[in-house]
Design a protein around this ligand. Structure first.
Ligand code: ACO
Length: 362
């Protein structure tokens, strides 16, 4: 038995393939290298969902219907309980998603794709003491998310960077949150239930909760000269370096480069803190050297969370919001997997080995 189920095949999927040895991610037959930077969120959402909800889903039609869905779910924000606002943003967002009706149809799907995109910016604004910004149904999902967050229409570079982020993290094989989504789908509970379970799995620090701590680490390090001693003493204390290591990748996570590239136009346009990026690059190099020395039998490299942290910070998200933004992008993957499971799979019901005491013989 394997404690973390590694190498156990628990599903057949046509959605994505993670090649941990080659460092390659394929989404519905297309390499991430081709998708990231040239596709919008709607392009990849349509690609992932095609044939799973309706016979054919067109990206421009999806964009139009998503705009309407954002307007529809915004009604929930107006009735948000003030107690929700004391919760971490991802928990408040999850609580609002939990109010949506369950179902398997296209309207449920559109609501679920729109809901995190509307709820997270609204929660963040309310927590800052600002009024939520109403969605604009004519905009793309990425443009509208940034507009609902800041109140201003974002630059073309900012929209493109968020699109690249949402595309890059849209699906990733049978990770913990996607597995949770499929388990729920196998019981036929409905897509809202699947998404709620997946958000709950995602928020853990070993899964989607890592990028906030990446920035804590950069703040703690402070300067390029301090990187090596700081990283060594963190490892001496038995800590893990956030943004490094992966269960499947034995080489560099391809998503890290997609996100690093997405930062370049923002740097060129002077829309990010260039000193922050330079510090991150120095920390990355120092961490790789220290990890190679300290863990020579594990190939630990940078993972998606490292450059996620820098990208999302550059787009104006606070670090507490990062897991929620991850959920905005991954919801389409969770839904696609849940549909695949419901259409083709059986109830997921593995077995455990009992190692406790046996009753005394009578
Ligand atoms: N820093 C230091 N050491 C590490 C790290 C790290 N980031 N990652 C793994 N290791 C070490 C472990 O301490 C362990 O060493 P040991 O055998 O001497 O005890 C060895 O590598 C194996 O660790 P496991 O936990 O068995 O490896 P696993 O494959 O389960 O780890 C994980 C994957 C959880 C992502 C891990 O690398 C980690 O904790 N990274 C930091 C958190 C992080 O960045 N999470 C985001 C992951 S990406 C995502 O989910 C979207």
């Amino acid at each position: 038995m394997k404690n973390g189920l590694e190498d156990v095949i628990a599903a057949e999927t046509q959605l994505s393939d993670v090649d941990g040895e080659a460092g390659r991610l394929i989404i519905r037959g297309i390499s991430l290298d081709h998708l990231a930077g040239s596709s919008t969120y709607e392009d990849v959402a349509a690609l992932l969902l095609d044939g799973l909800i309706e016979p054919h889903l067109d990206a421009s039609e999806l964009r139009r219907r998503l705009g309407q869905a954002r307007m529809e779910v915004f009604a929930e924000v107006k009735t948000a309980d003030t107690r929700l606002l004391k919760l971490p943003p991802v928990d408040a967002m999850r609580a609002l998603v939990a109010r949506l009706p369950d179902g398997e149809d296209i309207d449920t799907v559109l609501r679920l794709l729109a809901a995190p995109a509307v709820f997270l910016p609204a929660v963040l604004r309310l927590q800052r003491g600002e009024k939520p910004v109403k969605p604009n149904l004519g905009l793309s999902q990425s443009t509208d998310i940034l507009r609902m967050l800041s109140g201003a229409v974002p630059s073309a570079e900012q929209t493109a960077a968020l699109d690249t982020y949402l595309v890059t993290i849209s699906d990733h094989g049978l990770n913990a949150s996607t597995f949770a989504s499929r388990v729920i789908a196998s019981t036929r509970a409905g897509l809202t239930s699947s998404v709620l379970a997946a958000i709950s799995a995602l928020k853990g620090p070993l899964h989607g909760g890592a990028p906030g701590p990446v920035l804590d680490m950069l703040d703690g390090i402070g300067s390029e000269a301090n990187a090596d001693p700081w990283l060594r003493s963190a490892l001496d204390r038995g800590e893990r370096l956030m943004g490094f290591g992966h269960r499947v990748y034995r080489v560099r996570d391809p998503r890290a480069d997609a996100l690093k590239n997405a930062l370049k136009p923002l740097v060129a346009a002077g829309q990010v803190n260039a000193a922050r990026i330079a510090l991150a690059e120095a920390v990355e190099q120092a961490a790789l050297a220290v990890l190679r020395e300290r863990k020579p039998d594990r190939s630990l490299d940078v993972n998606v969370e490292f450059y996620t942290a820098l990208l999302l910070e550059s787009l104006g998200f606070s670090r507490e919001a990062f897991t929620g933004v991850f959920a905005i992008g991954r919801t389409v993957g969770w839904i696609a997997h849940a549909r695949e499971q419901a259409l083709e799979g059986r109830l997921i019901r593995p077995r455990s080995v009992y190692v406790g005491p046996l009753p005394e013989a009578a």
